[in-house]
Design a protein around this ligand. Sequence first.
Ligand code: FAD
Ligand code: FO1
Length: 451
Amino acid sequence: MVNTARVRTLKYSARKGKGPVIYWMSRDQRVHNNWAFLYALNEAATTESPFYVVFSLVKSYPNAKMRHYHFMIEGLREVEATLKRYGIPFYLLLGSPFNTIPEFINQSGASMLVSDFDPLRWKMEWKQKVNDSIKIPHFEVDAHNIVPCWYASNKLEFGAYTLRPRIKKLLPEFLDNYPVVSNFTQNLSSKTIDWNKVVSRLQPDSDVKPVYWLRPGENAAQAILKEFLSEKLKGYAENRNNPLLDGQSNLSPYLHFGHISAQAVAQSIISSSASEPDKSAFLEELIVRRELSDNFCFYSPSYDSTHSFPNWAQETHAKHRTDEREHVYTASEFENSLTHDKLWNAAQTEMVITGKMHGYMRMYWAKKILEWTSSPEEAMGIAIYLNDKYSLDGRDPNGYAGIAWSIGGVHDRAWSERPVFGKIRYMNYNGCRRKFDVNGYVNKITKLINP
Ligand code: FAD
Ligand code: FO1
């Protein structure tokens, strides 16, 4: 029922007995359209074993703030309620997975562990440590990519142009239909979670407040998708790069936390009646660009450092390292929108206030950080720090790839050489003015500050 190419064995061990099958939910925090969930459920059903879902909530997730924990926990509350309806126990474990998961496995007498794929280093470290202290088989399922990351390519891809043909060829095999969960319910139950107590024990940094313009969770994600299909897909190819229009889908926080399946989104786009140019423009981003980011993080563990830049970019940065910078700002000047450039300041303010900067502005935003810092290393550090701290969709492979593209030419080619940037693709204020009404965007953001 689950294409075996989506599954890889992280811990070889014979499965003994009929103890519970555990789905350790982490990246794909949803019940429906989730291949990791379905694989574990099916393994339990075929051996008449109990099926439990667990989530290990860590206090110190890298640079995560109240804004992110709020969005995620609201989504997990919905997961708990949905699983209760299916009679599937859901356990929220507090602490680092390398302690909580082995402990839960021992206490529950589990016979198999299933987790969902995530190429981020700290996630892979979690799993390595868990594997070192368990004796049961551990399978990992790629429930995030349409074409499983390790199957689409077994190496670091140079860019969209090298990964796209591989994905296109495999799509028909992996755009298969999800089985419906309700055929597999079991009538077990788990203690209802006291979420207020969870949040008070978590005490996440409240210096970055939750946002309320996007409702978290699986149901809200479906509503956002429905609105995109009916209101915004038409004209997407044109509108998506204009920061004055609300032309993007706003799906990225839901995709980041796994509240919605990219495969299900793709299937609804493909079957919609929108024009080919609009559909292919969106699918290029949703499938090729997004799955290219996982390829980048999976095969380039230094994805959050300049070591991940291609050689031509490393050379050009080395050559221009001592170029005179017209402006140099500190992290706090950037963070507080205190540069000389009102357009850049507006983009930063949009991210701080709403938790989501417009996609076009993200490129300009990151490239100017390269231009106005004394080194590419410092630029990477500041861009990642600010993006992870304020963006709802931060701490994501798309972010590390997007910042490495902007600052280090990852997945891009060399352009005509100039000071500071060297051959890294350049973007400037006048280029933005040619594309959209800069003052209109600045005014739109100013209204956010004084509504
Ligand atoms: P839509 O235009 O509606 O796109 C739909 C989906 O396609 C997105 O949710 C995303 O999953 C995917 N997608 C779109 N553009 C890209 C892209 N360039 N690369 C990879 N996938 C893409 N995306 C994040 O999810 N988290 C981040 O932290 C993040 N940081 C970025 C930083 C920089 C400097 C740059 C240049 C890009 C970054 N992106 C990031 C990629 C992209 O800007 C966002 O995915 C997009 O703006 C999210 O808004 P949306 O879902 O409304 O976009
Ligand atoms: N994943 C977990 O398994 N446990 C957590 O406590 C957790 C917290 C968290 C906070 C902010 C954030 O942006 C992501 C967080 N994640 C957590 C990971 C998330 O579920 C995604 O899997 C990855 O960030 C995407 O690669």
